[in-house]
Design a protein around this ligand. Structure first.
Ligand code: PEP
Length: 241
């Protein structure tokens, strides 16, 4: 299992340092991989503290060019230089608030893979799209536009994040998660026969519901709010035991 904590735009440097030091101490089950995704400005600090531990570090976004006149952006080349293992791509907050398109996500995936960083491609539907019966259509179009005809590595990570469940306290039901993750896997495998897909679930995962969401077809979690507390995050990790 892979469990990633997306810190979003939270913490100041003192919290990030104290948090990472406490995180280093937690007990991680053998077959569980943990990663944290702090803001760009704390990546180095957090990576230094977690160096040599079983917790890897990644970014929440990137730009697809290596370098140049792109004010405010951070490139996969720079993330690689900091030793980042993961980078989210197409998180719904980036799509909705910062107008990230499937074409952008595709370019980011290509660029990250070129630098040996694992992209975590986020896909998911709004409540209105689900209620209109468009969930499968939305997810498959996001997958096709981002991944079709790319050369992927042996392993690739996709996060199913229904937008109506992110930060809302409403978690998708295990049946809904199973249905969506299985469709994602089928579509992805049809496009890329030689790649093994890790499909994570994200959307209000917490210490109380994590156990019920460890179901067939779910290879891990992308956790937002509950990853901002060491106690809550470690209970989620424990539930994978
Ligand atoms: C997320 O931001 O990816 C997320 C899943 O957030 P939350 O767990 O807070 O819903």
């Amino acid at each position: 299992m892979v469990i990633l904590g997306n810190w979003k735009m939270n913490m100041v440097v003192s919290n990030a340092i104290a948090f990472s030091k406490r995180l280093r101490e937690i007990d991680i089950p053998e077959d569980v991989e943990i990663g944290v995704l702090p803001s760009y400005v704390y990546l180095s600090e957090v990576a230094n503290i977690l160096e040599g531990s079983r917790i890897s570090v990644g970014a929440q976004d990137c730009y697809y060019e290596d370098q140049g006149a792109f004010t405010g952006e951070v490139s996969p080349l720079q993330l690689k230089d900091l030793g980042m293992k993961w980078c989210l791509v197409g998180h719904s907050e980036r799509r909705q608030m910062f107008y990230e398109t499937d074409e952008d996500t595709r370019r980011k995936v290509v660029s990250l893979m070129r630098h040996g960083i694992n992209p975590v491609l986020c896909v998911g539907e709004t409540l209105a799209q689900r209620e209109a019966g468009r969930m499968f259509g939305i997810i498959s179009s996001q997958l096709f536009r981002s991944l079709e005809r790319l050369k992927l590595n042996d392993e690739f990570t996709i996060a199913y994040e229904p937008i109506w469940a992110i930060g809302t306290g409403i978690t998708a039901k295990p049946k809904q998660v199973e249905e969506a993750t299985s469709v994602i896997r089928q579509i992805a495998e049809r496009m890329h026969r030689n790649t093994r897909f890790n499909v994570l679930y994200g959307g209000s995962v917490n210490e109380d519901n994590a156990k019920n969401l460890i179901i067939n077809g779910v290879d891990g979690f992308l956790v937002g709010g509950a990853s901002l507390s060491v106690i809550r995050f470690s209970k989620i990790i424990d539930s994978a035991r």
